[in-house]
Every structure is written in C-alpha cells, then in structure tokens.
Design a protein around this ligand. Sequence first.
Ligand code: NAD
Ligand code: G6P
Ligand code: MN
Length: 447
Amino acid sequence: MNTLEKSSVVIAGGGSTYTPGIILMLLDHLDRFPLRKIKFYDNDEERQKVIADACELIIHKNHPEIEFLATCNPEEAFTDVDFVMAHIRVGKYKMRELDEKIPMKYGVVGQETCGPGGIAYGMRSIQGVLDLVDYMEKYSPNAWLLNYSNPAAIVAEAMRRLRPHSKILNICDMPISIENNMLEILGFEKRSDIVTKYYGLNHFGWWYDVRDKEGNDLMPKLKEYVKENGYLVQSDIDSAKQHGDNSWNETYKMAKDIYAIDPDTLPNTYLKYYLLPDTVVEHTDPNYTRANQVMDTREKEVFTACRQIVEKNEFRGDELSLDEHASYIVDLATALKFNTYARMLLIVENNGIIENFDKTAMVEVPCLVSSAGPEPLFVGTIPTFQKGMMEEQVAVEKLVVDAWMEGSYQKLWQAIALSKTVPSVTVAKQILDDLYEVNKAYWPELK
Ligand code: NAD
Ligand code: G6P
Ligand code: MN
C-alpha cells in the first residue's frame, strides 16, 4: 500500500472548548489522515495558550514527529497549511450570554444560532470568518477551509456572496449526533451501516428516508421510537458525550413533539425553537441560560483539565475526552485529500437540488465529496409545510447578510421581524435596539 501523504492543519479558534477533543480525535485517526503539522490560531493569546500548552504536551509525548505551533499571527498560522479547521466564536461566551438573554427579556427564544440571538451572532461572525478565508487565500491558496463556526447558515450565505470562488465548506455536527442515536435505536454500529436522505437549511431540516445497506426501509422503526421517546437513547443518560447533558437530553426528548406535526419526516432537534417557541421560553430561566450552563461546565472543565496537564507535565488519558463524534471532520478532510467520494451532509448552494426552492439558498443536503469538492445529490420536490418554513427562514438569513453588507438597520429589523420566533415588528425593534447597543464593537455601523 502507498503511504498516505501527510497534511498540515491549522485550527482557527485554538482556544475553543472543542479543540482538545478534536486534537485527541485527530491523533486517533492518523492512520487514515496522517499529519505532519498542527497549528493553532486565535485572536485571544491568553485563552489559546491554556489549551495549546496542554495539546502541545499531548502531541509531543505521543507523536513527537508532528510539528506544533500556536500563534496569533495570521502569516505564521496560515502559511503552509492544507486545511483550516475553523471553530471561532466572535465575542465568546459573554456575547452568547447576551444573545440569549436579550430576546428572553421580551419573552422570545434566546438561542445561540436561532432567532434574534442567532442573527446577532451572525452579524459578529461574518467578518471573523471572512478574515480566515482571506488569510488562507493569501498564505495557502490551495488549502480548504472547513468551517463549523456558527451560525453556519448565515456564515455560509455571507461567504457565498462575498467570496463565491473560495474553497470553503460549511458543516454541522447536529445531524451526525442524531444519526448516531438513530444507529443505537436501530441496533447498528457504524454510520456507514445506514444511508440517510435529508434536506433543509442548517439547524432547520428533516430526514425523509433512512435505509440499511441492503436497501431496507428503516423509517417505520425510527418513527415508532421517535413518536414515544424523541431521539433520547440510553447512552445519552449521564453521558460524557457532547450532546449528553441534561439540557441536550431534554432537547432530544422534545423531538417527539416536533415529529408529531409531520409524521412523514424526522426533524432536526433545532426545529423546536421554531415550532415550540412558547414551551422553550417557558422552560428557560431568563437569568441563567445555556451560555451560563456551558461556562459553568464544559468551559471550566476543559480549561481546568488543560491547566492540570501542564502543571503535572503528564497526560494520563482520562483528563480530557476524545471527541469521536467530531471524526466527521476527518471524514471530510480525507474525502477532499484522498478523493474518497464520502457521502456527507454539507451546506451548499441549492442550485436546483431542491427543485421547488430558491436556487441561491444555502441548503443542507447529502453530497459526495471528492478532491474536486462536494457534489450535491438531487432531492427533488419538497412538501408545502417544509417549503413554507424554509422560505421564511432563508429570507431571514439573506436579510441578515444584506444588512451586514449594506449597513442597513431596516434590513436587520426585517430579518428579526420575519423570524418565526418573534411575534411582532414592535418586539423585533426592541430586541434589535438592545442587541445593537451591546454589539457596537462587532457589527458594522447600521444606518
Ligand atoms: P469558545 O468561545 O470556547 O472558542 C472560540 C474561540 O474562538 C475562542 O478561543 C476565541 O478567542 C476565538 N475567536 C473569537 N473570535 C476570533 C477571531 N475573529 N479570530 C480567531 N479566533 C477567534 O467557543 P466554543 O463553544 O468552543 O465554540 C466554538 C465555535 O464552534 C462556535 O462558533 C460554535 O458555535 C461552533 N460549533 C459549531 C458546531 C457545528 O455543528 N457547526 C458544533 C460545535 C460548535
Ligand atoms: C450542536 C450544534 C452546534 C452548536 C452546539 C451548541 O452541536 O450543531 O452548531 O454550536 O450544538 O452546543 P452547546 O453545548 O454549546 O449549547
Ligand atoms: Mn450545528
């Protein structure tokens, strides 16, 4: 067998809570995706250093042949790389907290990527991701940017318009996690044991066909389960996996109630924010939202573990958990590097894939991925219910990008007012004014 060519990757958002899990995952998959260099890039040196020092120790002790560098200098970070793996959070958790709490003041869903909070985050993220694309094109023009920085739908639409020829692919882990639960429901082992069909926007989609490798229809068994339990499975309970805490367990359970409105399809869990906003608001403490939970758990745990590893100059292996579900990133990089034609859900321009839907919308659909990039698979005509919801939501996303490009207050007001999570133009304006006030350092000036 030929030896596989080694890659050089830069992780943008090196200080992310997800970075150590991804590093352990990358080291676990070196047989199929060998690495010669790993670099971290962040714009917060202090935050990145905590994660980087621990990861450097882990990499050097186990794979001394892999070069490591953590830097805040774009030239150093983006020179000689094959892949940019991007998970930045512009404004960090402090701003996520405000994205969630401000809408809640008005009884509106406060969420990282959905509704007004997602819109505010989108207005912050566009410039951050755009900078990454430009650094990559300047210093490593042949590289690919694999982006999972949120809100991926808005970021993807912005890059489609602002950098139409750039090698950037947007991907989300939510369908992957749900498909892992489907495997458990069905009694299968690997994601490759099932073939799924799905369409929608990011954090806004539906499965309409799931089969085993022999072609047997697995939807009836899945529906029967989801109707009673949502996607919650035994391994979620008290689990250390990424979507395993109480809040995620609740979300997985709620899929049962969003499934009820359309028993022909199986929903993405994120649809709860659009279809059950009243229940979501009722169950949210306006003074202690998801950002607070994450800061008090995942962020503390990851940073504490990294500090301890460095202090003791030792990695036993159980201080940090390997994020196996993030192996989709390796699947994607491997497909691009080694031309595997892996079938993956990606966020791509519709272009007729969903026949009765805006050609220029960024949709989430299965694609075959080769070294030439993604080849989306035909979906066809979608039903009125989904089409109606998607048309409204895609208009929201497009209006946000309009607002960002034109510096338009009016367009951003329209975007918020059009979101299914917002009851009126009056409430939309109040939320917008509050969000604008706290986002002045991040958003373009609005006129
Ligand atoms: P985090 O705040 O722990 O990490 C983000 C890092 O990005 C921070 O270290 C921050 O300093 C850095 N950063 C912010 N702005 C930057 C910029 N302009 N340039 C370079 N670095 C910058 O956040 P987290 O919870 O670990 O999440 C990271 C990102 O990954 C978020 O956008 C989150 O929404 C996203 N995410 C996406 C998926 C998906 O399905 N697509 C899954 C999980 C997380
Ligand atoms: C899922 C979504 C991501 C999102 C994350 C938030 O993984 O696909 O896009 O960022 O959930 O999870 P958290 O635990 O930070 O609330
Ligand atoms: Mn996602």
